[in-house]
Design a binder for this molecule. Structure first.
Ligand SMILES: Nc1ncnc2c1ncn2[C@@H]1O[C@H](COP(=O)(O)OP(=O)(O)O)[C@@H](O)[C@H]1O
Ligand SMILES: [Mg+2]
Length: 410
């Protein structure tokens, strides 16, 4: 389960794993999303960096309350997912990032809230959470974790995987080389503008952007931010890209209409990804296809501009067996599976772990659960047979060679 920087929903995927040799197969049984309760979303957006509250001043009482509220929201999402999709052996959850602490280019901490005890209590299942801290303690950025799924899944090909959530995350895979990083904002600035200017949670189907025109002076002022030119690996978040950043960058540029501003910010997302792809190609990365996922794939303006500026045809991850809305929840299912089997949750490219850590690490914290003898009372009798397989023996493995996504049509 995952809730990203957009704070729009808790996404859950049920994934069935099996092992053969050093190859892990994953089948996405199904996925569902549970909209974030309005009050919780509003309060979170206010305490998150760039919100009306201030994460550095918000008190422990508020964070404690949010940790419980989010834990309970995850518990409801888990119970609903198990009811709808079928039983599971383990829950793995990212939680909601409250703060990702980067100072002087070094990541010092990353706090995800959503207390896992509520999930363990509601489901009777063990829960893996806190999937970033071990990598940070080993000198890594605790991000981007998407590289684990992308590298194992696309290994051997020449691909770029792009997730367009609140932030845009790009993984390059070229044979055994892997490079991953956040290129900058994907939807977070567009969402914030949609709310401020139109009272809408997002620019549905990119209609607002389509009705405006890109202001090229403003675009150049935005893209001149040094973050965009920084080489990967790099990670960022709402701590950096928020409406305050936008108005600071645009100080001195004449006022833009709300629709032109939206068009310009959409173009910024497409441009920053296209620039990162162009730089990678200039550095010798072969990129034959772009595999896109995340809510931003529903914005045709963004997708059109991305293809036009990069000159690379965009495939949706759905075409490769990973539903684009569920890609990140599939990732966290994979990280949970790796954690309980004692396998590292980060991967190495040719130059060491892609997160910048000293070495790859087994990730996560485990909340052991008291198994419920029967389905929790809130659950209908399972529609699928409960899992009967023996625990998988992975003692022969030190690390995975690859991940095969099992598609329904194969
Ligand atoms: N129909 C749509 N049209 C345009 N954008 C959309 C649409 N549906 C979702 N989005 C965008 O996708 C975002 C959610 O994407 P998601 O991949 O869940 O991001 P995150 O991982 O940050 O939660 C929304 O906040 C919104 O910006
Ligand atoms: Mg989301």
């Amino acid at each position: 389960m995952m809730s990203g920087t957009s704070v729009d929903a808790i996404d859950a995927a049920l994934v069935e794993f099996s092992v053969q040799g050093a190859t892990l197969s994953a089948r996405v049984v199904g996925f569902r999303e549970m909209s974030m309760p309005d009050a919780l979303r509003e309060e979170l957006l206010s305490v998150l960096p760039g919100g009306s509250g201030d994460v550095e001043r918000g008190g422990p009482a508020q964070w404690c309350r949010l940790d419980t509220d989010m834990g309970q929201a995850y518990a409801r999402a888990a119970v609903a997912a198990l009811k709808e999709l079928g039983p599971a052996d383990l829950v793995s959850m990212h939680g909601q990032t409250l703060f990702h602490w980067v100072e002087g280019g070094v990541t010092r901490g990353s706090l995800q809230i959503g207390n896992p005890a509520w999930v363990a209590e509601a489901t009777g299942l063990p829960v893996v959470s806190d999937l970033r801290s071990a990598d940070i303690a080993a000198g890594g950025q605790g991000a981007p974790l998407a590289s684990t799924l992308d590298a194992l899944w696309l290994r051997g090909s020449q691909s770029a995987a792009l997730n367009l959530g609140g932030i845009a995350n790009l993984t390059l895979v070229d044979g055994r080389r892997v490079l991953c990083g956040d290129t900058g904002p994907a939807n977070c600035l567009m969402d914030a503008l949609a709310m401020r200017e139109f009272g809408l949670p997002h620019d549905a189907e990119g209609r607002i952007a389509a009705s405006g025109a890109v202001d090229h002076g403003a675009l150049e002022a935005l893209i001149a931010d040094p973050y965009f030119a920084q080489p990967m690996p790099k990670s960022t978040g709402r701590e950096y890209f928020h409406l305050g950043w936008l108005s600071d960058r645009l100080a001195g540029i004449g006022p833009l209409s709300p629709t032109d501003l939206m068009a310009t910010v959409a173009e910024l997302t497409a441009r920053s990804v296209a620039d990162a792809l162009a730089r990678a190609r200039a550095e010798g990365w072969a990129i034959e296809r772009l595999v896109a996922s995340g809510g931003g794939t529903k914005n045709p303006v963004l997708m059109r501009r991305l293809e036009a500026l990069s000159g690379i045809q965009c495939a949706r991850s759905d075409q490769l067996g990973v539903p684009s809305q569920a890609k990140e929840s599939v990732l966290f299912a994979l990280l949970g599976w790796l954690a309980v089997h004692g396998l590292s949750g980060t991967v190495s490219g040719t130059e060491g772990p892609v997160t910048g850590a000293r070495a790859t690490r087994v990730l996560g914290s485990l909340t052991p659960a008291t198994p419920l003898n029967c389905s929790p009372p809130t659950l209908a009798p399972p529609t699928h047979a409960p899992p009967t397989h023996e625990p998988l023996n992975v003692s022969h493995m030190t690390e995975l060679a690859e991940l095969v996504i099992v598609r329904e049509d194969t």
